[in-house]
Design a protein. Structure first.
Ligand code: PGA
Length: 256
């Protein structure tokens, strides 16, 4: 299927998100936003930026009169209090965010985040009107041991835990993040279809059909077309290739 055919049949608007991780200084972020706004020409593609916390106000201000939205890379599940170094949902909203990334595998790995904690973070985001973008994904060892679907179902069920609205998912196989190794379109589609079916069991058909499921893991302008052509791949969460606004724009163009 070509990307164009998929677009014509697409039930969900494509969504492309940049995960800048721990990169860019304020001047670089501002220059990036200016290049992005000059280059954006596809209103049918929703675009989100996830900058580091200190960059959020500057990025939100630069993009205030555009359709591009902004999100935090993490949040604490509590409302406020003695949590040195953490950021609350209300603070993200106050800094101009519409989204919160929850359960990225680098957080699960570096900070020992459990499925239960990720669920509490997603719930805290939703309570404050933020859209949680929940990341799930198996490690290479789990895939080799044929445990991919068991791991994903566990992560997804924990994160959705009874809540029934306002959620986006990112399938990010850990072995594909920052490695240059991307899931094939077939592998991604197989997993996305499974995630949508699991969502349907947990939250109902309607919710499953309207929830965007993004793919993440070494996405580039070159491999994006094959992936986005799949029915259940609704867009991308892009790390490395999103740090250059021109490459990020090329990925957005492929999804249009
Ligand atoms: P990558 O990162 O595109 O550099 O593989 C994706 C992510 O971690 O969100």
């Amino acid at each position: 299927m070509t990307a164009m055919t998929a677009g014509a049949e697409r039930r969900r608007l494509p969504l492309v998100a940049a995960n800048w991780k721990m990169n860019l200084l304020r001047a670089e972020a501002v220059a990036y936003c200016r290049t992005l706004r000059r280059g954006l020409a596809w209103p049918q593609v929703k675009v989100i930026l996830f900058p580091s916390f200190p960059l959020l106000p500057a990025v939100a201000a630069e993009l205030a009169d555009t359709e591009v939205t902004v999100g935090g890379q993490d949040l604490h599940p509590d409302e406020r209090g003695a949590h040195t170094g953490d950021v609350s949902a209300a603070q993200l909203v106050d800094a101009g965010c519409l989204w919160a990334l929850c359960g990225h595998s680098e957080r699960r790995r570096d900070h020992g985040e459990s499925d239960e904690l990720v669920a509490r973070k997603a719930a805290a985001a939703a309570r404050h009107g933020l859209l949680p973008l929940v990341c799930v994904g198996e490690t290479r060892e789990e895939r080799m041991a044929e445990r991919t679907f068991e791991v994903l179902a566990r992560q997804l069920r924990a994160a959705t835990g009874g809540r029934s609205d306002r959620l986006a998912l990112a399938y990010e196989p850990v072995w594909a993040i920052g490695t240059g190794e991307t899931a094939t379109a077939e592998t991604a589609e197989e997993v996305h279809r499974f995630l949508r079916a699991t969502l349907a069991e947990a939250l109902g058909e309607r919710q499953a059909e309207t929830t965007p499921i993004l793919y993440g893991g070494s996405v580039t302008p070159d491999n994006a077309a094959g992936l986005i052509a799949e029915r259940d791949v609704d867009g991308f969460l892009v790390g490395g290739a999103s740090l250059d606004p021109r490459r990020f724009l090329d990925i957005i163009a492929v999804c249009a």
